[in-house]
Design a protein around this ligand. Sequence first.
Ligand code: PLP
Length: 222
Amino acid sequence: MSDKNNIRELQATLPANVKLIAVSKTHPPDRVLEVYRLGQRCFGENKVQELVPKYQALPKDIEWHMIGHLQTNKVKYIAPFVSLIHSVDSLKLLQEINKQAERCNRIIPVLLQIHIASEETKFGLSADEAEGLIKDFNIKNLNHIKITGLMGMATYTDDTSTIRKEFSGLKTLFEKFKAYTLSGRIEMTELSMGMSHDFRIALEEGSTMVRIGSAIFGAREA
Ligand SMILES: *Cc1c(COP(=O)(O)O)cnc(C)c1O
């Protein structure tokens, strides 16, 4: 296994307009640094308690993405530096991100996480809930947030037709939500979908950001 070959191969596979987020969860900072030295600058983590120490330990030109479920009481720890939060799934969370972003004098870009998988355990909003949230966002003055797109995780299965259907449904919703564009506040430009086992399908269905962990760093310990 080699980070170098994995990264090179991914960089060669991904279209230029697709952003690679190297998901470094569970891997220590020195592993992240190895991948950083291969040119990768964008990393994703799914836990605040892992994200903050890595931010502190690693070079400051890294773009950190929060891709996992986010509790409102932890937003304050990542608000000063996070580049994009992929996992917004409630108005309460939006309001807290707005409050903490205002404190930091920043505008924090976020994606709405949509529930597209058949599994019940995965977080996310239904299409109707997401539309409701966008309307609420418009009414409230959440001026320190910019909604830049959607994120979704497909069912974990070998059945590629199921995965494709879920990604294509998310893409359809993404296109529909472009109608809510509000200059500087809602701009649907990013579609975060695709992980190690399904990113090729995600790319074919219009992904603009892939979140890849094990195909770069190798399998995580259980
Ligand atoms: C862990 C994780 C990934 C990456 O998973 P791999 O299968 O290792 O590529 C992507 N997205 C989210 C939200 C994750 O938690």
